[in-house]
Design a protein around this ligand. Structure first.
Ligand code: PMP
Length: 417
């Protein structure tokens, strides 16, 4: 099994000058990397389906940089388009017309949207979406689905989180996923006061099995939003373009008013997009909201190349086929060793949990750590991601490693379910 000596040395070095060493979602605390020294901390190189850490260990990467790697790291077509644009200009005093090219492509591709506004992070677009809904409706309240994640802006956080004020979350209302009765009751109780409902296209929350929408759920939510004059915001930052290139609302058979994209837009080049309907064009235009790098041209060129290639590959169908094959293989490997590996969510963004009768995360974390030590990069609390460079050989190797990891677990825990 791999060792992570250099990673740990670099982590110690980082902690001297960077609070928490690696702050945020790639950090060992946030990512709950247990056992702590059983995971690499820094990558040195990436290509296709793989990355190599600073100790020289090679990994088949099922996290895909938490989403941006959608075609394979360093995809040559995207790299060529980006390099071509970089020769001309990137960050300049005026935007490039490549911004319009990218917006035209996306408006043509995404079924529910008539316009696009570009930013950098997913959280930029969810915040702009909320502001747009409030500007359009002149209402304050927003409905969230329990277990949500829409970024890190104060309005997305919880009252007991450090640095968050009561005022930041005073207008947030919460309902359980897939519960129309609860939603109807909430909308009735706050009639005329709700600006928006924000939700991911299905429940791909952390630390829980992911859950697809119940039959008719989205159609009923759409109808309720129309009846109450509520702006329906779909946060497609994570699932976007992995289920359907026309948007995940299209995949589930409804139309959002506003839809947020980020991760799979440009294969790792830095751009996000809020897209929406004509009825919200004026409201979004009225808002004061921008950033130093939001109109950089290289990511737009990379985004065009990425979306064209995703179309050529019919990537969502590819992800579904590869993801299904992988998940079936992993579940069977678990069963062979007597473990109940629960797979949930869409195959393109599969979520895994080793069902543990003790109902702790430990057994699952141990299995993930044993996979990582053998060159298969999984995570323990978050959905995974498919990319278009994945081969059947990658899947076979992953299942083989998973089986080895289950065998280790079985030896260590002869009594476990
Ligand atoms: N919404 C969802 C569903 C996400 O998964 C994320 C990122 N993990 C965000 C919003 C925030 O995006 P970012 O971190 O790029 O601001």
């Amino acid at each position: 099994p791999y060792v992570f000596t250099r990673s740990l040395e670099q982590f110690t070095r980082a902690q001297r000058v960077i609070p928490a060493g690696i702050p945020g979602h790639l950090g060992p605390t946030e990512g709950l990397h247990l056992p702590y020294d059983g995971f690499p901390k820094f990558a040195a190189r990436a290509e296709g389906t793989r990355f190599w850490d600073v100790d020289g260990n090679e990994f088949i990467d099922w996290m895909c940089a938490y989403g941006p790697n959608v075609l394979g790291y360093g995809d040559p077509d995207v790299a060529a388009a980006a390099a071509e644009q970089a020769k001309r200009e990137d960050v300049t005093s005026l935007p490039s017309t490549v911004m319009i090219d990218f917006a035209e492509l996306l408006v043509d591709q995404v079924a529910s949207a008539d316009w696009a506004i570009f930013a950098k992070n997913g959280g930029d677009t969810t915040t702009l979406a909320i502001m747009t809904a409030r500007a359009a409706t002149l209402r304050k309240k927003v409905v969230f689905i329990k277990g949500f994640y829409h970024g890190v802006a104060p309005w997305t956080q919880k009252l007991d989180y450090p640095g968050v004020l009561e005022e930041d979350v005073a207008n947030n209302l919460y309902v359980p996923w897939n519960d129309l009765d609860a939603l109807r009751a909430l909308l009735g109780a706050h009639r005329g006061q709700i600006a928006a409902l924000i939700a991911t296209p299905y429940m791909h929350g952390n630390f829980v099995d992911n859950a697809l929408p119940a039959d008719g759920y989205w159609q009923a939510v759409r109808k309720l939003c129309d009846e109450h004059g509520i702006v329906l915001i779909i946060d497609d930052v994570r699932a976007g373009f992995r289920l359907d290139l026309a948007g995940s609302d299209h995949f589930f058979g409804f139309e959002a008013d506003l839809i947020c994209f980020c991760k799979a837009l440009a294969n790792g080049y830095n751009v996000s997009a809020l897209m929406g309907r004509d009825s919200l064009r004026e409201a979004v235009s009225s808002i004061t909201y921008t950033g130093s790098y939001w109109m950089s041209a290289v990511p737009f060129a990379a985004g065009i190349a990425t979306q064209q290639k995703l179309r050529e590959l019919d990537a969502p169908a590819l992800f579904d086929r590869l993801g299904t094959r992988l998940v079936d293989g992993l579940v069977a490997a678990g069963a062979d060793a007597g473990f109940d590996l629960v797979a949930s969510g869409a195959p393109a963004l599969f979520y895994l949990r080793v069902a543990d009768p003790a109902d702790s995360l430990m057994l699952h974390q141990e299995w993930v750590a044993e996979c990582v030590r053998r060159g298969v990069y999984l995570t323990s609390h978050h959905n995974h991601f498919l990319n278009a460079a994945v081969t059947d050989a990658d899947i076979d190797r992953t299942v083989e490693v998973a089986a080895e990891a289950f065998a280790v677990l079985r030896q260590r825990h002869p009594e476990a379910a």
